[in-house]
Design a protein around this ligand. Sequence first.
Ligand SMILES: N[C@@H]1[C@@H](O)[C@H](O)[C@@H](COP(=O)(O)O)O[C@@H]1O
Length: 260
Amino acid sequence: MEVVILPGSKQIASLAADAVEALLRRKPGAVLGLATGSTPLPIYSELALRHERDRLDFSQVRAFALDEYVGLPADHPESYRQVIAREFTARVNISPANVHVPDGAAADIPAACQRFEDAIRDAGGVDLQLLGVGTDGHIGFNEPGSSLASRTRIKTLIEQTRRDNSRFFGNLAEVPHHVLTQGLGTILDARHVILVATGAQKAQAVRDLAEGPVSAICAASVLQLHPHATVLVDEAAASSLRLADYYRHSYDHKPAWQGL
Ligand SMILES: N[C@@H]1[C@@H](O)[C@H](O)[C@@H](COP(=O)(O)O)O[C@@H]1O
């Protein structure tokens, strides 16, 4: 795992967008894994800018969202299908037919989860998975206690996550209790994962995921088992890291030929 400490979200967005851009230049039909939440938004804005300004082309890209609420109609403004389109895919030239989101409105939930897994496999697997992290260490919606080998499935949200996400819904009662999420095993199958975290409220989760034991109590710690995981954090999110000086030193002395 490589931890990179950067001054703020602008630098994080720029570096993450560089990784996406390098991938698309070498593989125009790449498969992207997309995260919701506030932290990745500057990355999406940077990519939309590069699409406009530099003609960065997404026409052959396939995209898979990490997760979706259960029980919200697909046209609900806070369904992740809508959020991903509004914040990113509709701002670049990704064909809507190539954007896959787990179907949280399906009558047969296990079948919908299997279809989603099959679609990732049929696309050749995810090349680059973007991730945020919850204050409880969740990635996607893999709450504490999630199987480290899990595949796409239904999960029940912890109250802390419902409270964190209630800011998007107006009030807590509106936040669904259930979600569909790529499993930790699904996420581990991506060829490269980039997790982004900003702000002091993420400091504990960042320390647990990067320096704690690999444990279901912090789902994101499973990324320690990934051969190519990059963690981009700002100073506040890095504030509890024991090895911060070492991460800074490593990044400063990184061979020029080595990308993210
Ligand atoms: N399911 C999403 C996660 O994928 C995201 O990482 C998390 C953190 O969001 P934020 O970046 O807004 O803190 O929020 C939600 O729970």
